[in-house]
Ligand binder design. Structure first.
Ligand SMILES: [Zn+2]
Length: 453
């Protein structure tokens, strides 16, 4: 099976042109670009749409099923991507129009080129190529494309797909979604490329904390105002972080990284049990590693009176929390209540729980082996994803939910996600399609214990 990078990019360009911006409360008009994208997929990938069934879920999410021939006892495999993108933001910051694919200086630019249409593209290419070769899967293959990953919506397409599969008694043996990728190891102090595969993800919650007061004219204030009390609560939250914990997933990250880090780090990481206290202090010092070992509680917004000469009747702050597996939305609420004090009201605005941790067994090894083949010079590292993805819903029906996009993404391109000039290197689309094709060929293709093809 040979994949042609330029031909793949020519089929990619139209996908970027559909302005599939998700809204928490979508109406028919919002869903039109999604329907247009679906129509394009039908035209561009005729074999996929002839041989796979496709259901439209929640108005615009897509659930494809490729029936296996039943020769493998393995549970079905699901490849995930999301169809939606975040808005372009400030247009003057873009070098090129955001909703068109532009090639320049070794990169492709456009909203969604990395987050997350590159996975949709490579999966479609892989399945179309396998069908062209006359191959058919041994067990069922699902392609699951949510349409509102980027917003917190009660009508989550991914959630609805999971509920649908559940209602049909489907348990999945492997789920692959966005999250990790191949990148430079510098952020972890590793002088090589790394292929990071997410085993779990943090939860998140927004809390509104409010102090109430009598109010009145500011010419006759009391000893303090609601703003002063809510400010003290903000300081208390910052001075009382939630406790640090070393998750199994994070230990695995450190173990995998240790041989490539400096001697001191390698020693501490290889004696994790004995050096737990100092290690947690060390990890707590840097933003990136601190976020791996505790639930973070960032005070992000504040509000007081509407005018300078008014004593506020209430003052509030918003606290955005990223929840470590093991904590819950409720345990974080209790922490905030205890730290802020009795006279502060704590209200949950929105939240989702952290995911369970996926198994790291032979199914993980298969994904790790293929990631290693994709980037032979990279160290494969399992990790805890700090952001959220549709993958979190799938733990309900799968113990092997991994987050890995089969692309090399340099640090500057990683930083372009959700901002202006989103980009990806223009090479590697062929290798990404090959990754998914190999995954489908390998997964479930053998009796248990037999060597991989
Ligand atoms: Zn995404």
């Amino acid at each position: 099976m040979v994949f042609d990078n330029d031909a793949i990019l020519s089929r990619y360009a139209p996908m970027i042109e559909f302005e599939t911006i998700s809204k928490a409360h979508a109406d028919a008009e919002n869903l039109m670009p999604f329907q247009a994208l679906y129509a394009y997929l039908q035209a561009a990938y005729p074999l996929v749409h002839r041989h796979l069934s496709c259901e439209v879920v929640q108005g615009a999410s897509l659930l494809y099923r490729w029936r296996g021939d039943g020769s493998s006892p393995a549970h079905p495999v699901a490849l995930l991507a999301h169809l939606d993108v975040v808005p372009a933001g400030e247009l003057s910051l873009w070098k090129h129009p955001p909703f068109s694919l532009t090639r320049e200086g070794g990169y492709v630019y456009g909203r969604g080129v990395f987050d997350n249409k590159c996975q949709l593209l490579a999966q479609m290419e892989a399945v179309e190529a396998l069908l062209k070769d006359g191959w058919s899967p041994h067990c069922d293959v699902y392609l699951c494309y949510g349409h509102n990953e980027e917003v917190l919506s009660a009508a989550s397409g991914a959630r609805a797909i999971v509920e649908l599969l559940k209602s049909r008694g489907v348990r999945l043996g492997l789920v692959i979604d966005e999250g990790g990728c191949i990148t430079d190891g510098a952020a972890l102090g590793i002088p090589l490329r790394i292929a990071v595969i997410g085993l779990a993800e943090k939860g998140s919650a927004d809390f509104l904390l409010t102090a109430r007061d009598e109010g009145g004219h500011s010419s006759q204030p009391g000893p303090g105002t609601a703003v002063g009390r809510i400010a003290r609560a903000a300081v208390a939250i910052e001075q009382n972080p939630m406790p640090a914990r070393l998750l199994r997933t994070v230990s695995k990250t450190l173990e995998a990284a240790a041989p490539y880090m400096g001697q001191g780090a390698a020693f501490a990481l290889s004696h994790q049990k004995a050096l737990r206290g100092p290690l947690k202090r060390l990890l707590g010092q840097k933003r990136a590693t601190n976020a791996m070992i505790r639930t973070t509680t960032a005070v992000t917004m504040a509000q007081g009176a509407k005018a300078p000469n008014v004593l506020p009747e209430s003052a509030s702050i918003t606290v955005n929390c990223r929840i470590l597996p093991g904590d819950t939305v409720e345990s974080v609420r209790r922490h905030l209540c205890a730290v802020a004090g009795d006279d502060i009201e704590v209200t949950l605005l929105a939240g989702c729980e952290p995911s369970p941790q996926s198994l790291q067994d032979e199914t993980f090894d298969l994904v790790a082996r293929l990631a290693g083949e994709l980037a032979p010079d990279a160290v494969v590292i399992p990790y805890l994803m700090l952001a959220g993805s549709d993958a979190r819903h799938y733990h309900d029906i799968c113990e092997h939910v991994y987050r890995f996009a089969p692309y090399y993404v340099d640090q500057a391109s990683l930083a372009s996600v959700h901002s202006a000039n989103e980009r990806l290197p223009e090479t590697g689309f062929d290798a990404a399609a090959e990754f998914y094709a190999k995954l489908l060929l390998s997964y479930g293709a053998r009796p248990p214990g037999a060597p991989l093809p």
